[in-house]
Design a protein around this ligand. Structure first.
Ligand code: HEC
Length: 274
């Protein structure tokens, strides 16, 4: 009983803290940081109504009040070689190449920060209980299928920060310069940084904490049967399933057969050359 009561009050504290903080977004570059509220962003003259015909998080067409990412990043010290680290309230964290966010109006795809108004909450995300994608959600207009990583649709956003590229921040992820340029591990590293780093660390490298470290204590190529690993990446529930399962299923649109082999080649390379 005591345990139950303690965890219930902890639950309440977390819920209340979440509600109090949830309507603000922290924005930082290398010099300064500021916090803006949903109300301020909704009142920005550049905020407009945006329709996303195939919203991958909701699995249907959605309409949002949204601020173009270019406007959101205005005034920050940011270059095209930089990345912007987007962190969500649920420990998901991904670096998006700044050039994708800064591209001039008219170029496609275009990134927007969708803003949930406290008075008009969005619907709950399918299969995620009562959670909505709010208060802030990074959405992409006119992205062709597979063009923008599924991980770049960051929902439940809490902060964004201008950073170096992941290759510069975590050099241990890299493969050596003398590895042939055609070696699949090179492409595999690119896929890892685009698709996996948001939730997993690799030997400590990265900021994701939603899933396990993929090098420590063991690299999956060292404990998975090769075919079961491929099956797991395509459809995680076909290997194990439970209500709290969060590992996405990377269907071919998100990860082609060739890219999956490249990703496995990188994991294998790193397992053999720690
Ligand atoms: C949205 C977050 C997320 C992303 C993105 C993600 N994973 Fe996971 N992954 C998880 C979580 C959480 C788990 C723990 C199991 C679970 O809850 O489903 C997991 C588990 C795993 C496991 C452990 C499986 C086991 O049972 O030992 C491997 C291996 C793995 N992921 C590989 C990958 C690879 C490779 C990628 C990129 C292609 C990736 N993950 C992308 C969240 C993620």
């Amino acid at each position: 009983m005591i345990v139950l009561r303690a965890s219930f009050s902890l639950f309440l504290a977390v819920v209340l803290a979440g509600a109090a903080q949830s309507q603000t977004l922290k924005i930082a570059d290398r010099q300064a940081s500021k916090t803006v509220t949903a109300q301020q962003l909704l009142a920005d003259p550049a905020t407009r109504t945006v329709t996303i015909p195939n919203d991958p998080v909701y699995g249907r067409s959605m309409t949002y009040r949204a601020l173009p990412a270019v406007e959101l990043l205005k005034g920050l010290a940011i270059g095209r070689e930089d990345y912007v680290e987007f962190a969500a309230t649920d420990k998901f964290s991904v670096g998006v190449p700044a050039r994708l966010l800064l591209d001039s109006p008219g170029t496609r795809p275009r990134a927007f920060l969708a803003i949930e108004a406290g008075t008009e909450p969005w619907p709950a995300i399918p299969d995620r209980g009562k959670e909505t994608a709010g208060p802030f959600f990074l959405v992409w207009q006119d992205a062709k299928r597979g063009e923008i990583s599924s991980e770049y649709w960051v929902y439940k956003l809490a902060s964004l920060e201008v950073t170096d590229s992941p290759y510069k921040r975590w050099p241990a992820l890299n493969v050596p310069d003398n590895l042939p340029s055609t070696h699949p591990a090179r492409r595999g590293l690119d896929r890892y940084v685009t698709l996996c780093i948001s939730c997993h660390r690799f030997n400590g490298a990265g900021e994701g904490e939603m899933g396990p470290d993929l090098a420590k204590p063991m690299n999956p190529v060292d404990y998975f049967q090769p075919e079961a690993f491929r099956k797991f990446l395509r459809s995680s529930k076909s290997v194990r399933d439970w209500p709290e399962r969060k590992m996405p299923s990377f269907v071919e649109d998100m990860l082609s057969e060739e890219d999956m082999e490249a990703l496995i080649a990188w994991l294998t390379y790193k397992a053999r050359h720690p």
